[in-house]
Design a protein around this ligand. Sequence first.
Ligand code: PLP
Length: 419
Amino acid sequence: MDFNLEKSKNLYSHAIDILPGGVSSPVRAVKPQPFYTKYAKGSRIVDVDGNEYIDCCMAYGPLILGHAHPVVREAIERQLEKGWLYGTPVELEIEYGKLIKKLYPSIEMLRFVNSGSEATMSAIRLARGFTGKKKIVKVEGSFHGAHDAVLVKAGSGATTHGVPNSAGVPEEFVANTLQVPYNDAEALADLLEKNEDVACLILEPIMGNSSLILPEEDYLKEVRKITAENDVLLIFDEIITGFRVSIGGAQELYGIKPDITTLGKIAGGGLPCGIFGGRKEIMESISPVGPVYQAGTFSGNPLTLTAGYATVRFLMENEVYNYLKKLTEDIAERVRDAAKVDVGHIASMFCIYFGQKPRNYQDALKLDAEKFKAFFWELLKEGVFFPPSQYETCFLSYSHSESDAEKIAEAVIECLRKL
Ligand SMILES: *Cc1c(COP(=O)(O)O)cnc(C)c1O
């Protein structure tokens, strides 16, 4: 295959003078340069040099139906005719809200916001405001977006105070953020025994931002039990897993009822979106009803609601999940058998581990991220686009065909052989 990135190289050389690192979000700053997308359709993404890739990144999760899915596109087009931002309530807030309540029984009331970061930031403020407590607990290596309270260094130990992992975050801002390792219910129980003033535990029920790490048997049930016993609110960050591992998210899959849930990514059908919701009693602490302030110009805008609603309706009306599970399992099994590597997978998420399958963040740090980068480039040359880091997860969409899956598996096996 005639693979070159001349046009992308040229664009990137201009971008680095205008955008820090040449990008609008750091993971995209692939070295020596990222490819620039010209268009994308279905399972395919095409760059400005004319290279076509089978996309396994899918914009890091939102596009469960694939790129430019006609059902979502038509819904957006219909809304465009009527305007795309009003600054007033719209009927779809009620319709979509009702649908989410039905699919996520733990959510009795919710608020629409504009990104996952905004959802988790607001959910944490809400937990603190509702309980009147200061401290929060997060899981080491879990990602909840780019706001101050969750930008803490991992590995600082379960009982010590948080240390910022970003410049510009004063120590005081994370002094009340404690951390526990994933898949370790005992560490959580210990921490909560030693710390009284804890408002909430926030976690990704399935970790999707430190490679892919699955919960061990009963871990989430234990977490639910321990948080309830200690009067600590449980926040499930389902921004990746919501509508992904099942239509009702990880909470449906594992039968757990969190107090607060955050959604995003798929919930906006490919447009910027965040949602947080939970028990009515808790949600009524949000302004204008309660004392916890939260607001947004673009929140609940009709365009995002339309795209999200069309996506979720489609997911309800079609056999998406069984199909995707089978497709993902096929890739995982073939790669595992042929290349003798560990492959993690659940529903339509999968991850090739360069090293041993991790059970927490400290394990994930031992993976060979450098080797993954070489693999990423080999794979790109074969026409398959993986997210450019060992610490990201691959996603399949309803637009991926069985022949796409076959090509992905073959390319992965071939590239692993070459390395
Ligand atoms: C993507 C993600 C976020 C942040 O969402 P943005 O829309 O990028 O702000 C938060 N939590 C999890 C688990 C995510 O995967």
